[in-house]
Design a protein around this ligand. Structure first.
Ligand SMILES: Cc1cc2nc3c(=O)[nH]c(=O)nc-3n(C[C@H](O)[C@H](O)[C@H](O)COP(=O)(O)OP(=O)(O)OC[C@H]3O[C@@H](n4cnc5c(N)ncnc54)[C@H](O)[C@@H]3O)c2cc1C
Length: 405
């Protein structure tokens, strides 16, 4: 049986981008629906670090207190682990904004907790949540658009003038805003795991550079260490082959062994640690700048554009792009011309805020992924550790969010 329901805006995906836009619009009186295919809480491939520049926005979304109560320690140092090199430098603090609680440094919070906090806040703000439900089609219907959503055998049609794609970028699918499949040797696949009992310094977030990839480690909530990385598809295939064996190593075993063998800092930090749950995999990731408004669909978070996770700014970009879009939509006159003008203003604001960090991340990742460059990078940061502080600054970690300065 097919049901029909009408809203002012429908958002596909309840990651930080989707909930940020949904919450902001709902608080301004919009009737909003979110469609999320997964059951929460769910773990996610992500390093889970959030820059302090987001704190005022988290306050605005009314999860600031909960974030402070749950997130891991302040990250005051940025590090570099590669081969035998372990270097570090100060993390640049965020400049004081109007947020009274002056948090100058970022912290990490597991996505199983963060995404639930945001979705719960959206629910409290009146957002109607369809979960677990997958959006499978979007079609125009006069001035409105129809989104077909499915939960098992049940289909529901949602109708709204505004559709926001917040479904991320790592899974192909039938929606016009989803990206096609790729299968190239250079594709980067994402991995992540939690450990307890690690000896990583609580205020240090090291960048990991190893043959065929890069990653990071950080102490998150409840003593959990979050370790995540991206590795080239062809390198992973090579690592999984076991000499003199018919069988292949699992991808997770191959990745964790490679990280331990190629970074002394990872070996040391995990020496007495225990895995807290299995390794997760995702991807390939799709770094780059996409359209913010195309085929009458607004895009936020990774759906609009994605920086290489080497700079750990994807959650910030997701939260902030949701906020930027909601601010434009809330002041737009109704009708197609009003939405198109909002789309143009949102795209300009998106580029002004995020283009530099997407390009900086691509440049840093390009160097890290070049064969043999790990030892060159190690030599540079050993002699000039301030390069790490500069990299953190270029990646937008201290850039204020418009509307909060
Ligand atoms: C290895 C790695 C480490 C990273 N580390 C960090 C870090 O430390 N800090 C940081 O800021 N960023 C980090 N990132 C990036 C960050 O994870 C992403 O940029 C961020 O999750 C994007 O948020 P989003 O809301 O756009 O999408 P997502 O978080 O991907 O959320 C999309 C949601 O949409 C749902 N969905 C998808 N398709 C449909 C559909 N058809 N119907 C309904 N629901 C759907 C999904 O289930 C999901 O819940 C990392 C990424 C990788 C790969």
């Amino acid at each position: 049986m097919t049901r029909l329901s009408t809203h002012d805006a429908i958002i596909t995906g309840a990651g930080p981008a989707g909930t940020s836009v949904a919450l902001t619009l709902a608080r301004r009186g919009w009737a909003v629906a979110i469609v999320e295919k997964s059951v929460f809480p769910r773990r996610k491939v992500c390093g889970e670090y959030i820059s302090a520049s987001n704190l005022a926005l988290l306050e605005q979304l009314e999860i600031g207190e909960a974030w402070r109560a749950n997130a891991g320690p302040e990250i005051r140092r940025v590090g570099f682990f590669s081969g035998e090199t372990c270097a570090e430098a100060p993390m640049p603090p965020t400049k004081d904004g109007p947020c009274e609680k002056k948090d100058g440094f970022g912290r990490a919070l597991g996505r199983d907790i963060l995404d639930c906090l945001l979705l719960q806040a959206a629910r409290s703000a009146g957002v109607e949540i369809f979960q677990p439900c997958r959006a499978v089609a979007i079609d125009r219907d006069g001035d409105m658009q129809m989104v077909r959503i499915q939960a098992g055998n049940e289909t529901t049609m949602l109708r709204a003038p505004v559709i926001v794609a917040a479904h991320g970028s790592w899974e192909p699918g039938p929606l016009p805003s989803q990206i096609g499949k790729t299968n190239r040797p250079s594709d980067l696949l994402g991995f992540k795991a939690h450990f307890t009992g690690s000896s990583l310094a609580p205020d240090l977030m090291p960048l990991l550079v190893f043959p065929g990839g890069y990653g990071g480690m950080v102490l998150a909530d409840h003593g959990r260490l979050s370790i995540s990385c991206c590795i080239r598809r062809d390198m992973l295939a090579r690592l999984r082959k076991q000499p003199n064996h018919q069988s292949h190593l699992s991808a997770a075993d191959a990745v964790s062994r490679h990280l331990m063998e190629s970074c002394r800092g990872v070996r040391d930090a995990l020496e007495s640690a225990h895995a807290d749950g299995p390794w997760l995999a995702a991807g390939p990731i799709r770094p780059g700048i996409r359209s913010c408004y195309e085929r009458d669909i607004f895009r936020v978070g990774n759906a609009a554009g994605e920086s290489h996770p080497i700079i750990a700014e994807g959650i910030s970009m997701a939260l902030q792009s949701g906020w930027l879009l909601a601010s434009e939509l809330a002041s737009a006159p109704s009708g197609s011309a009003g939405l198109q003008a909002a789309g143009r203003r949102y795209e300009a604001a998106w580029k002004a805020l995020f283009s530099t960090r997407v390009h900086a991340a691509a440049a840093i990742a390009g160097i890290a992924l070049r064969p043999g460059s790990a030892s060159l990078m190690a030599a540079i940061v050993r002699n000039f550790p301030q390069a790490l502080t500069l990299g953190a600054q270029l990646s937008g970690k201290t850039k204020p969010v418009p509307g909060f300065v």
